[in-house]
Design a protein around this ligand. Structure first.
Ligand SMILES: NC(=O)c1ccc[n+]([C@@H]2O[C@H](COP(=O)([O-])OP(=O)(O)OC[C@H]3O[C@@H](n4cnc5c(N)ncnc54)[C@H](O)[C@@H]3O)[C@@H](O)[C@H]2O)c1
Ligand SMILES: O=P(O)(O)OC[C@@H](O)[C@@H](O)[C@H](O)[C@H](O)CO
Length: 439
């Protein structure tokens, strides 16, 4: 069957809203993963279609060529498949105007970063890349040095609290003053699992052509952005993004509620042998446990953004996780726990402890992660530990002693340790299934 191209698409039905050449490059994106293709790329294509401007994207694959090569073979076209129980809605995107490979040609990336036509850099490079000396940071700094002060916004779209502040700290530590640079914080939200052969087969059935760069995603999509763009921005607001002066309440709501419950389902589900998030949520007793986690532990730590009901948000989160078409693997969500749990779970526990409470369900999730780190599911199946701190986690007498992960005070908190020990014993004796049943 033919490969995806404008010609192969034929008629108008699946043609992208904009095409290569319609707009000049204004955005350099670092991290050509699944999420970028189904989130920022969609908002940007819609913004250009509605508001115009030279905001096409040059995307950079930092390491692997797994997405880059198929994209280059498809004239930078790919599809986003919006999937749920109702079916599949394909959309072909054409907003990328260039694609680069940083590992083999860093000079090309640096040249783009130095080009004043590039006025925004967006990043989806995973939580673990935000540390001094990381390769993506070094690349960024080399480009910024070569740029010589032309205004630019650097927009982190990773699931980190204060992602813009974090990026600014890392850049400022090397460059000193950040004159002319904006670091807007963002809250990004759309569930986009890693693509599989099944994704490509679905794309082929929906489009009638082969697309080896397709991604599947849920219908929900949200982007809340601080409006701090020294050299302008696409009309993302016309594409449905919320531009605001303060992202913090949105970000905390999303990281603690959506991502916190996602991680809870990932660890409890993986231990119980559930391969995907929807299957984890369907385990007997799991939904009730997640509802209590949301209501009694997470919600009291949140200040909702104007006009948002925390209760309705929580219900929506569980509805989204129940999407049977996403097949988001529990082990994918479970990876890099040491980088994710601080913002997803440990902040909730710390806030509840400061208020004098022992958050029962959040503590169960932490106990599940500690058990997950040991590397064995309830039925004895080995569980992989993909985590940059894997060796330290496995070598530690208690993971609570890792101060790179836990806030000060956790290791000495006798009440917290007692609650964790109790859950640990329950999980050892009864597994996740029995523990949930007894709740
Ligand atoms: N997928 C989602 O549902 C989703 C939703 C919201 C936010 N996010 C954010 O986007 C990030 C990426 O998600 P994804 O689904 O695109 O993952 P992915 O695995 O498809 O892509 C990750 C990208 O980051 C790059 N990368 C990985 N480790 C890196 C490192 N140490 N230094 C530099 N680059 C590195 C990879 O090369 C790849 O381009 C997540 O970590 C999260 O912060 C994802
Ligand atoms: O992408 P990660 O690995 O940081 O986390 C896995 C998921 O929890 C996450 O990607 C969610 O799907 C996403 O944050 C939803 O917006």
């Amino acid at each position: 069957m033919e490969r995806l191209s404008l010609r192969a698409l034929g008629g108008l039905e699946h043609r992208p809203a904009i095409r290569r050449g319609d707009a000049g490059v204004g955005i350099l994106h670092l991290g050509l993963g699944a999420f970028h293709r189904a989130h920022q790329a969609v908002f940007t294509e819609d913004a250009i279609a509605k508001g115009g401007g030279d905001w096409a994207i040059a995307a950079v694959a930092p390491r692997s060529r797994a997405v880059l090569d198929p994209l280059l073979e498809q004239d930078l076209l790919y599809s986003v498949l919006t999937i749920d129980a109702e079916g599949v809605r394909p959309r072909v995107l054409g907003v990328h105007a260039a694609a680069l490979h940083a590992a083999s040609d860093p000079a090309a990336v640096e040249a783009r970063l130095a080009d004043p036509a590039v006025r925004i850099v967006t990043l989806t490079v995973t939580e673990k890349a935000y540390r001094p000396g990381s390769e993506v940071l070094r690349l960024l700094l080399r480009g910024l040095r070569a740029r010589g002060g032309a205004p630019l916004a650097l927009v982190s779209c990773d699931n980190l609290p204060g992602n813009g502040h974090r990026l600014r700290e890392l850049v400022a530590a090397e460059l000193g003053a950040c004159e002319g640079l904006g670091f807007p914080c963002t809250m990004v939200d759309r569930i986009v699992p890693a693509s599989t052969e099944g994704t490509y087969a679905t794309a082929q059935a929906a489009l009638g052509v082969v697309d080896r760069a397709a991604v599947a995603a849920e219908p929900f999509s949200q982007w809340v952005i601080e409006d701090d763009f020294p050299a302008g921005r696409p009309a993302w607001d016309l594409a449905g993004a919320v531009l605001t002066a303060d992202v913090a309440p949105w970000e905390r709501l999303k990281l603690r509620m959506l991502n916190g419950v996602h991680s809870a389902l990932a660890y409890l589900g993986a231990l119980a042998g559930a391969p995907t998030i929807d299957r984890a949520l369907a385990l007997p007793g799991m939904r009730a446990a997640m509802e209590r986690l949301i209501r009694t532990d997470i919600a009291p730590t949140l200040r909702p953004p104007d006009g948002v009901s925390i209760e309705a948000y929580g219900e929506r989160v569980l509805e989204r996780f129940a999407n049977p078409a996403l097949r988001h693997r529990t082990l994918q969500v479970a990876m890099d726990g040491s980088q994710k749990l601080p913002q997803r779970l440990l902040g909730t526990i710390a806030d509840r402890r400061a208020a004098g409470a022992v958050p029962r369900y959040a503590t169960l999730v932490l106990a599940a992660w500690i058990r997950f780190v040991r590397g064995e599911a309830d039925d004895g199946t080995p569980l992989p530990l993909e985590d940059p701190l894997a060796d330290r986690l496995r070598a530690a007498r208690s993971p609570l002693e890792l101060d790179a992960v836990f806030p000060p005070g956790f290791a000495d908190d006798a009440e917290l340790r007692a609650a964790l020990d109790e859950w640990g014993r329950a999980l050892d004796r009864h597994g996740v299934a029995g523990t949930l049943e007894a709740l």
